[in-house]
Design a protein around this ligand. Structure first.
Ligand code: HEM
Length: 458
């Protein structure tokens, strides 16, 4: 795992390391002080992204928010993303989608009460379904395509392949001068094929939206509706082409699914390893919901669930889903804490190492949500000891959206079910090793035994 290797190197050589990864000059930083220099003081120098091979294809020539180069186009699409797609008003407007999808998850669990369940798989389906409905207006596993059954393709198949291709760093990303590597490795062929499929699936979804023509603004718009509306505005600094629109809507899906699911997966993993905390968090949600007399937890309860919110933060400290943030590239030469960083250097911020730094955190390896209670440290990237969503101009614009799903899902999982490890397993047996992907997930899926609390099942 690169973030582990870089953490070990930082322990040995200090918090700023220069490496040549293949042909790419790379700097990795692992301290709050250096992160502040990159994400705040010299943010304008480090706000570019490298043109990764996968993004050149699957982000329609890097025209999404995540991988577009710093400049007028990125500024415009970032603004659309922040004010139109991921604003707090928009996030609230998707409450019904979260509600329905979390309830579907609970119903599935209720049919398996008392038996062992692969909850990781269910959490990934939840995140995929929420993001798919919000972005494209349909569920992940729904078909797209002509009415001819044989020609219908599962959205799931195309999007899953895109997620996998994004996650698998191509060897060519480290040898940008040797383009032939992509052809020899077969990577280019896979990317081209997936891009064709993605494009076709998106065309069909856009056409459906145009034909149904039911949305003229307001609360029920999905991301495709919003972008089709914005595309028509005549005050755009840079026009948004159909391919740009596809890149943007796919970006929301890809950036939001694995990260959200991984946060839920790691939080349940840590709570399963700490049954006392699990009980306290459960007590909290049952008491808070009890005060409003009902058998349901809704989003109005979340503001009172301090322990649950702290548990999620503590999870993000120890298991940031994007441990090295998204790579940056310096646009000019810059002096960083006395070191000269040339232009076009790839820069990685090791949020994983920073979250576990003994100079910043007491008992850094201990899972202790209480450390966030009565603490001013938030997730917004203003405290450089805690950077699960990065920071500065390129910080994550989707954190409210992601946390809204994780919080309501976790609250309801704890409210309606008691959770135990599978028979014969102790807390020490819960594996916390990781696999590298689009986000850092648990190597072995989390298997738990839910028992439905019948009194709290409405
Ligand atoms: C718990 C869930 C999430 C985590 C942990 C997370 C984490 C991150 C991180 C670390 C970055 C890189 C920031 C940097 O370079 O400083 C990022 C960027 C981004 N995230 Fe998230 N994210 C989450 C959810 C979401 C969601 C739900 C969406 C959208 C629906 C989203 C959209 C984006 C976009 C568009 C960027 C690129 C921003 C830019 O380059 O201007 N994220 N995210």
């Amino acid at each position: 795992m690169p973030h582990h290797t870089f953490s070990k190197l930082a322990e040995k050589f200090g918090p700023i390391i220069y490496l040549r990864l293949g042909q790419v000059p790379t700097v990795v930083v692992s301290s709050p002080k250096l992160a502040r220099l990159i994400l705040k003081i010299h943010d304008h120098v480090f706000s570019n992204r490298p043109r990764l091979v996968s993004a050149q294809y699957l982000s329609f020539n890097c025209s999404d928010v995540t991988f577009s180069s710093y400049g007028p186009y990125w500024r415009q699409v970032r603004k659309i993303c922040v004010t139109e797609l991921l604003s707090s008003k928009r996030v609230s407007s998707f409450q019904l989608v979260r509600d329905q999808e979390v309830n579907r998850l609970l119903n599935t669990l209720s049919t398996r009460s008392g038996s062992e369940v692969n909850v990781s798989e269910l959490f990934f389906s939840l995140a995929n379904d929420v993001l798919c409905r919000v972005a494209f207006g349909r569920r992940f596993t729904e078909c797209v395509g002509s009415s001819d059954e044989g020609k219908k393709r599962h959205l799931a198949a195309v999007l899953t392949e895109a997620q996998e291709l994004f996650a698998g760093m191509g060897v060519g990303d480290f040898f940008p001068e040797w383009e032939w590597i992509h052809s020899v490795s077969g990577y280019k062929r896979k990317l081209t094929k997936n891009l064709e499929e993605l494009s076709r699936v998106c065309d069909e979804i856009i056409e459906d939206h145009l034909n149904s023509n039911s949305n003229s603004g307001g609360n029920k718009e999905d991301f495709v509706d919003v972008l089709l509306r914005v595309q028509k505005q005549d005050n755009l600094e840079v026009p948004i082409t159909d391919d740009n629109l596809k890149a943007l809507v796919l970006d929301m899906f890809v950036a939001g699914t694995d990260t959200t699911a991984a946060t839920l997966e790691w939080t349940m993993t840590e709570l399963a390893k700490h049954p006392e905390l699990m009980k306290q968090a459960q007590q909290e949600v049952r008491t808070v919901a009890g005060q409003t007399g009902g058998k349901v937890v809704d989003e109005s309860h979340l503001q009172h669930l301090h322990l649950i919110k702290s548990a999620i933060k503590e999870t993000l400290r120890l298991h940031p889903p994007v441990p090295l943030l998204v790579p940056r590239e310096s646009m000019d030469e810059c002096i960083l804490d006395g070191y000269k960083i040339p232009a076009k250097t790839r820069v990685l911020v090791n949020a994983y190492a920073i979250g576990r730094d003994p100079n910043s955190w007491d008992n850094p390896l201990q899972y202790n949500p209480q450390r966030f209670e009565d603490s001013s440290v938030d997730v917004k990237g203003r405290d450089f000891r805690f950077l699960p969503f990065g920071g500065g101009r390129r910080g994550c614009p989707g954190y409210t959206f992601g946390l809204a799903t994780v919080e309501i899902a976790l609250a309801r999982l704890l409210f309606h079910f008691d959770w135990e490890l599978r028979r014969g397993y102790s807390t020490d047996d819960v594996d916390v090793s990781e696999i590298f992907g689009l986000s850092t997930r648990k190597r072995t899926p989390l298997a738990l035994v839910p028992t439905m609390n019948k009194e709290l099942w409405g």
